[in-house]
Design a protein around this ligand. Sequence first.
Ligand code: CDT
Length: 303
Amino acid sequence: MSRVVTVAAAQLGPIQRDHTRADAIERLLAQMRGAAERGADLVVFPELALTTFFPRWWYEGDSAELAAWYETELPSADTKPLWEEARRLRVGFCLGFAEATPDGHRFNTSVLVGPDGTEIGRYRKIHLPGHREHEPRRGFQHLEKRYFETGDLGFPVYAAFGGTVGMLICNDRRWPEAYRMLGLQGVELVCIGYNTPVHNPPAPEHDRFGDFHNHLVMQAGAYQNGTFVVGTAKAGTEEGVDHIGGSCVIHPSGAVIAQCTGLGDELAVAACDLDDCISYKATVFDFDAHRRPDQYGRLTDTT
Ligand code: CDT
């Protein structure tokens, strides 16, 4: 049985504040159809792909305006066309969205949906960057710590698309522990969506390295765990804030095998033979043979 999965990183250009869910879904559908024409089995959309990146704004208290950014059900009447089109095209997808649970919790979440349109599983973002309090001196804020709880699902992997699939969300990709948690479960394909501003207000000296750091961490995560990585940006100038692009597909060697070149809606498509993971997992990164967890206590004992 073939272990080749054709994946598409479905980069989005900006989604502005006044764009509706229906506006976003229309663009996601166009990307999904384009990916299907290019043979995709799996389409990876960005983090918070249904709305603008609302954590850049401060909301006093728990306003209705804030609550409106979250999905209380998925699929909903607005988002259902994406599920229906996936089923029609026989294409799966990974989609980032703001999740409000029935029992009142809020997470930055990705959902993995199979080619039959049924939900395979979710991941709730664990590394929430930014700050919790109002910091009006910043040109724009990054209030993920205020608007989301730390994910409560751990780092799950799912048997899907003929292999073992995991998800990370944006800032997670900068943390080697996140990939390793998936690697220890035999992950072969990691789907990552991101919204990364070009400018980091607390460390502007890092700004010129934004694209480099993006690929550096995802390529290292792929190689060190013998897995494919698909990284998908919401790119371009959203509500006056510039975001990096660079959406790509990365081979377990660490090599980028497909990449978007612009900052708008664009696809990077690659055929990924999941069996390419084997030689990495069986040699250099044979965990059973070479890892020394008895020496790694400090990884979990300290922040
Ligand atoms: N969305 C997200 O996690 N973005 C962060 C921005 C930098 S931290 C303020 C990232 O790691 O790309």
